[in-house]
Design a binder for this molecule. Structure first.
Ligand SMILES: Cc1cc2nc3c(=O)[nH]c(=O)nc-3n(C[C@H](O)[C@H](O)[C@H](O)COP(=O)(O)O)c2cc1C
Ligand SMILES: Nc1ncnc2c1ncn2[C@@H]1O[C@H](COP(=O)(O)OP(=O)(O)O)[C@@H](O)[C@H]1O
Length: 315
């Protein structure tokens, strides 16, 4: 997959471009359905598959509360996930107020048609574009007749009767409904953080925990609670080996904590990994955070959590 981060001057001439446009936050099962169609269509006409996405996320620019929205993917994660789907081109369009204020007609002629000369455009059932989201499938179809491109619409995707949408997945993760989120994503939700020092208390009770500092401000972190996780230490070896573990997200009422922390105890593991980046794949929600009467009670619960986590991770 070739990644293009600028429009003017640097885009190639695509051969029979089969294009889709969207935020693709999460690269979830609905997105994957569109991508599958893109590839089928491109194979049929010997064309190239092109995904057009925007950065920053359009909601960050047009939202009334800027900076408020948390996302499923950082740009780099999105690029990695899309790259695995086997498409030919990803175009990351810088999204700003000027771009968002283009009338829908100008968006089609001065942007879509001008840069991509599409053979076919495939969009999701709820895709909107242009100032005030005024452009839709029908407008695109009208332009297609004039300018000579095909437009195809993909119906909404259901998973266990739930409509697959980035918004729905974001809500599920924030409310610790990891089961729903993962089912709609098609993979376990993941995030990463830098391993920093904590109170060094964990090791004294037999459960050392890697405390994570999240460097991406936009990344959505699951709601408070205890989770079964798989982790990958992103060190120089670039190993993709996964280790099992359990994670707590919360303020740690038992030790009188106030600040929200994210910490992971890795099973069958013993090494100093301060300063490394840990990627955490959230597999299962185990329980809510509890205030215990002292460390002994907490320790007993941690043993139970570990057994529950191992049972979940062995599926
Ligand atoms: C799987 C797991 C579950 C936890 N559950 C709770 C909990 O329910 N209540 C709580 O106060 N602390 C909980 N903790 C946090 C512990 O209090 C914390 O790991 C310990 O104080 C060590 O902190 P340190 O890493 O900063 O030294 C949990 C930690 C882990 C790893
Ligand atoms: N099994 C393990 N799981 C997590 N971290 C571990 C493990 N074994 C060793 N460590 C190391 O120990 C640190 C955690 O120990 P801990 O006593 O909880 O200190 P801190 O409060 O600084 O997190 C981790 O950051 C990591 O470097």
């Amino acid at each position: 997959m070739k990644v293009h981060r600028e429009l003017a001057g640097s885009l190639p001439e695509f051969r029979n471009a089969v294009v889709t446009i969207g935020a693709f936050d999460g690269v979830h099962l609905g997105h994957r359905q569109i991508i599958a169609q893109l590839k089928t269509e491109a194979a049929r006409i010997n064309g190239e598959t092109v995904i057009v996405t925007f950065h920053p996320h359009p909601r960050k620019i047009v939202s009334s509360v800027p900076g408020d929205i948390k996302l499923l993917n950082t740009l780099n994660e999105k690029i990695a996930l899309l790259s695995e789907t086997g498409i030919d081109h990803l175009v990351v369009v810088p999204f700003d107020h000027r771009f968002s204020n283009q009338p829908a007609e100008a968006y089609v002629t001065d942007f879509l048609y001008r840069y991509f000369k599409p053979h076919t455009i495939i969009i999701g059932y709820d895709h909107r574009f242009g100032k005030g989201r005024e452009g839709d499938y029908h407008l695109l179809e009208d332009f297609g007749k004039q300018l000579g491109f095909e437009v195809k619409e993909i119906a909404e995707q259901l998973q266990n009767q739930i409509v697959v949408s980035s918004t729905r997945i974001r809500q599920s993760i924030a409310q610790n409904d990891i089961a729903t989120a993962n089912a709609l994503l098609g993979y376990p939700y993941f995030f990463e953080g830098l391993i920093v020092e904590g109170n060094q208390l964990g090791r004294t009770i037999g459960y050392p925990t890697a405390n994570l500092h999240i460097t991406s401000e936009e990344k959505l972190i699951p709601g408070d609670g205890v989770y079964a996780v798989r982790v990958n230490i992103k060190d120089a070896s670039n190993s993709t080996a996964f280790l099992n573990g359990m994670m707590n997200i919360g303020v740690r009422p038992t030790i009188g904590g106030r600040k929200r922390v994210i910490e992971v105890n890795i099973f069958d593991f013993d090494a100093d990994i301060y300063g490394q980046v840990l990627q955490v794949h959230v597999v299962h929600y185990l329980r809510g955070e509890v205030k215990f009467n002292g460390l002994e009670e907490l320790k007993a619960q941690l043993q139970k959590d570990k057994e529950a986590a191992i049972a979940q991770l062995s599926h």
